[in-house]
Ligand binder design. Sequence first.
Ligand SMILES: Nc1ncnc2c1ncn2[C@@H]1O[C@H](COP(=O)(O)OP(=O)(O)O)[C@@H](O)[C@H]1O
Ligand SMILES: [Mg+2]
Length: 436
Amino acid sequence: MIDKIPPPNILIVDDEPANIEMLGEVLMPENKIRVVVNGPEAIEIALSSNPPDLILLDIMMPGMDGYEVCRRLKADKRTSKIPVIFITAKSEENDEKKGFQIGAVDYITKPFRLSVIQARVRTHLALKRYQDHMETIVREQTEDIRTASEYLRLEVEERKKTQVTLEQTNQSLKDSLLRLQETQDHLIRSEKMAALGGLVAGVAHEINTPVGIGVTASSFLAMETRKMAERMAKKEIQMDDMQKYISIASEATAIIENNLKRAGDLIQSFKQVGVDQSSKDRRFFRCREYLDMVLLSLRPKLKKGRHQVIVDCPEFLEIDSYPGVFSQIITNFVINSLIHGFHGESQKIIHISLSQEGERLRFTYKDNGKGMSRECVEKVFEPFFTTKRNSGGTGLGLHIVYNLVTQVLQGTIQCTSRPDEGAEFTITAPLNPQPV
Ligand SMILES: Nc1ncnc2c1ncn2[C@@H]1O[C@H](COP(=O)(O)OP(=O)(O)O)[C@@H](O)[C@H]1O
Ligand SMILES: [Mg+2]
């Protein structure tokens, strides 16, 4: 659907009826014409709700002249956009210049050619329409921009709100995390306390047996001694009785001695369960050199059974760690191989290897002894787990090793073994553990 464009609306301002008539005749067919004969009326129409699209303005008029009318029209925002064409008898260049200066779009001098007026009026009307059109576009675009920037403003505000919410959520998450860590620390502490409690109960239980046996043996000895004393008082003692007593006494003292030693050993081991002692000495040391030294100290034990120890360790590997811990771990492994692993007359081989893997240290210990059952492997690090309870085992050795590896070296330990296939322990830990 095409809107019919209304004809342009032209205002002629002239005090000469002849001029009005002539202009009207020329412009009438295409335009809607209004006529006034003085300046104030022209301004009144320009300010009305139906202003003209173009004004043809005579200069020489009684009262307010054309210049003044034009000046006023241009000075008022409401009328400044209406194009003004001066039509006048004045022909001097100066007048023309003045007309343009005060804002006219054109200047036509009398006597004029009607075709020129028609053409100029058309041109200015077209320009005016184009200008109006552009203004509309600019207005619309300005409105669009305003809407867009309002939208942006709201968006930014929304984002700000989201950010504040996010920050709050973040803070509360941080708080929760902190609380969680505190709870965890607390749990670990209570877990440690529980483990320690379990250990104390275990130790009490373990020590109870040798101490109990010792007490029984010593009260038996005391009773026998009392009996001997009574008989001695009555002078009833015979050589035979004396021999019997001596044999009872030496058996009892042997039992007491053994069991006290057993209790002493248990207490000694128990002391090592707390890893503090061995973790005091931290320093740089060459692994190979230190390993050789530890093995040297174990030589008396190893010599007896003709054991072969193969060491595989880079000559210059140096770490900043706890040598005492390594010594304790190796000693435990070797003694276990001797007590639990090796038997019979076959060749006994221990294989120790140490290597650097990136920032970590890898340590493996392996023997070719009789190995372990699956159940044994599963429990091997548990405190008091031993398959030699009756012949001196405490079941604390590998538990101590486990604690040293996980707490002091901050690493992991794994045991792999099968019956008749030897035992293997693998430890990995940071080259330089954090100070404990
Ligand atoms: N090299 C090994 N070969 C076979 N069995 C082993 C070896 N090392 C440890 N074990 C098993 O693991 C158990 C626990 O060892 P450990 O904690 O050192 O306690 P203990 O030596 O006092 O028995 C041992 O009783 C033994 O059954
Ligand atoms: Mg042991």
